[in-house]
Design a protein. Sequence first.
Length: 222
Amino acid sequence: MKLLISARSFLSILVTCSLTATLPAAESKPIRVACVGDSITFGAGVEQRDVNNYPKVLGGLLGGKYETRNFGRSGATLLKQGDLPYWKTKEFEGATAYQPDIVVIKLGTNDSKPQNWDKHKAEFGADARALVAHFQALPSKPKVFVCLPVPVYETKWGINEPVVKGEVIPVLQQAAKELKLPTIDLYVALSGKPEMFPDKIHPNAAGAKVIAETVAKALAGK
């Protein structure tokens, strides 16, 4: 009788092991990357935007272990009191609901407009820190990267180089330093490349690729 029970137990173990071996391994979830930003993140002016916007290209560079999503909103400001605060957009809501593992923030270009910067520049640093804090407080606890804006090759729509380079960028650098966050220097990456900016403000597909490559290197710790 004992021998029979023992044989049955052994058979049960064999069947269990066999079933376990044939079950598909649980797929690991991709690392979710939220690309937060303005029209440059969205891909305004980029040829074949759907495939050439920087978040899309970034996804291809990072590979299958990552999932990137574009949460860029044209005209958006980092300033809460700007003429189109990112905080009040559906893209902000989408990036929050996405529960990302990584957040790449690229804002500041539209903040340079006189109606934004002249009135609210004193609030820019605090608003930058608040946006970072918002994402850091998500249950997914994402790592946040702060991008320095791309160069402005001609003043248009109020967007201007003196404010972007001389005021917006230093405030972003200081905020990132205080929060111990990595910065991604898109200003340097796209300096001296006016040919990549057909309207002098927005990069084309080639410029979007440079942004994607620069971000990919930063995410890889290079």
